[in-house]
Design a protein around this ligand. Sequence first.
Ligand SMILES: [Zn+2]
Ligand SMILES: [Zn+2]
Length: 393
Amino acid sequence: YGYQELRPPMVEYVDLFIHGVGATTDIVTKEMFNITPRGDDPDARRMAMRPEFTAGLVRAWLENGLYNNPQPTKIFAYGPAFRYENVQKGRFRGFHQLDVEVFGAQDPAVDAEVIKLGLDVVARLGLTGLVVSVNSIGCPQCRPRYRQALQDHFRPHLGELCEDCNTRFEKNPLRLLDCKRDADHPAQRTAPVTLDYLCDDCRRHWEGLLSHLAAMGIPYQIDTRIVRGLDYYTKTVFEVLHPKLGAQSALWGGGRYDGLIEIVGGKPTPGVGFGMGMERVLMVLEEEGLTAPFADRPRLDVFVATLGEAARPVGLKLLYALRDAGLSADIDYLGRSLKAQMKYAGKQNSRYVVILGEDEVRQGEASVKHMDEGTQARVPLDQIIEHLRRAEA
Ligand SMILES: [Zn+2]
Ligand SMILES: [Zn+2]
């Protein structure tokens, strides 16, 4: 797909998230870990642990002048993010995200590309049966009319809706659509849908997205209740659901944010991307009885086992030579018996064990044991690396 890794810092100024994520979002109002500045620093600005990646990636893109490169910029980032949450299954205060972003392209084919990319990532882990839910939430041209329609619709029911909905009613009425506490309220189900209010530009983009998804063979459903929790989304919003997580809870989600880069201080530049929570992916893998390929400890090429004091320096010298030759090699550091060293080598899943006993050292040789086949051969010390290479070829 041609994406390059960018590693933004874990800490940013709070202002970036207030502007770049949205002052009324749950992330900023309830979930951010703020860092108290040092009291003796008169220039201290409030900072926060990153609750998500997009805002920091936009800032880094702007500060480093990456917009001067040929566009679009296709980047990914991976690492920890932090949110003040009630810890529960699949939800942690410190979690890991795979984040994928494209800056500088408006084409709905890019929206379809990032959706497909995410599906490809989890398909490599063996996860299938995912459902992509898509919606378009319009743009600054068409959204005011929709907001008005939403407010007209919900106003008579405000007394029956939760506190959060009442707060959001003026500032961010779209969020009334995905309030989980009021999910069963009839007003939520009969609310006007964004798709009926799209301007011509948004409608063309939406139809383009659907045709690209169809061309890629991606099964999708239209869910007009998806608005995403962040203020910066425009046009495409999507969530990827897994049957094991239920309809209320997405495995990951994302969307288009054509206004964000300007909000953070750049020229108007479109963008689209997603953030995938790794702990959730792992949880679903586990429930499906799948293990992530990266969970397997890599095999050790050679374990050097020594017996007796004379063999120890010879073993260490061989260990260093093996590592210099590019083989992964290890040795015992706890004074284990030969039998215990062999057992330890087995636990490390070593391909070979090179055994140096008193007799071997006296003759300038070692016994090389092939652990999978159980075969063993005496090899002159200066030919061991060559012997192992030949055996593996
Ligand atoms: Zn529009
Ligand atoms: Zn509510």
